[in-house]
Design a protein around this ligand. Sequence first.
Ligand SMILES: Nc1nc2c(ncn2[C@@H]2O[C@H](COP(=O)(O)OP(=O)(O)OP(=O)(O)O)[C@@H](O)[C@H]2O)c(=O)[nH]1
Ligand SMILES: [Mg+2]
Length: 265
Amino acid sequence: MTDAGASAIVVAPHADGRRVAETAPPRVLVVVPALNEAGSIAGVVAAVLRDLPTARVLVVDDSSTDGTGRRARLAGATVARLPYRLGVGGAMRTGYRYAVTHGYDVVVQVDGDGQHDTRHLPELLAALGAADLVIGARFAGTDPYAVGRARRSVMRLLAVVLSRIVGTRLTDVTSGYRALGPRAVRVFAENYPAEYLGDTLEALVIARRCGLTVAQVPVRMNAREHGRPSQGVIGSVLYLSRALAAILLGLVRRWSVPATEEGAG
Ligand SMILES: Nc1nc2c(ncn2[C@@H]2O[C@H](COP(=O)(O)OP(=O)(O)OP(=O)(O)O)[C@@H](O)[C@H]2O)c(=O)[nH]1
Ligand SMILES: [Mg+2]
């Protein structure tokens, strides 16, 4: 963890002696929350570095017991091992704080189970030019991502609710495949819910309430190859009630917009 802080703007000497501001390419941190993903983590890290060679990869290892952290490090990632389990939200909060502390402009969240196709990473980053937060969305294009009927209905309903709140049409609000620009990174470094579903649904409500703009790009997602999925199709009603609770929390809690922000609020 030796990255020096850096600004997005550099002052470069001009040919005629003037000094002009030029925009440097953004420093990108890919954060991978991981719990017992030894079977897939090395492949994920390698794929990210292949598709985004200038990015750094931070794997937030939530006290895995299967050697996930060691494999991630060998594959070229920086690894933050949490002393006790904080869940995906806690892991991502760690990632955003790391990004701010180490001067990264952009954070991309990629799952450690290989479901997120990293070939879409450049498209997610390109879309950040017009939005603060970009979701890599299933169901937005022709990708026939397979989920059960009950879970899919719940996801559709949540997409309708969140689209209204956020003010733009979204099709996949539970996707963890997301890219965030500098304003969003600063907001989430200060406000990021650690509770179940907070990291996906409540985070979108926070984005809206803090004046961030949200967009989506269609992506393909792969089926899980290793490890255990975190939830099955059963329990969709319970899932929906917890999801609505997360959205409600996002609407009623107080969120702070970083003081240095222009235009947010
Ligand atoms: N740090 C941390 N990461 C977790 C935890 N639970 C899951 N993850 C990681 O978060 C990412 C997404 O988790 P998944 O279990 O794949 O969740 P999902 O993609 O919504 O569900 P599936 O469709 O079942 O794969 C993966 O990289 C997991 O390793 C956790 O408690 N802590
Ligand atoms: Mg998954």
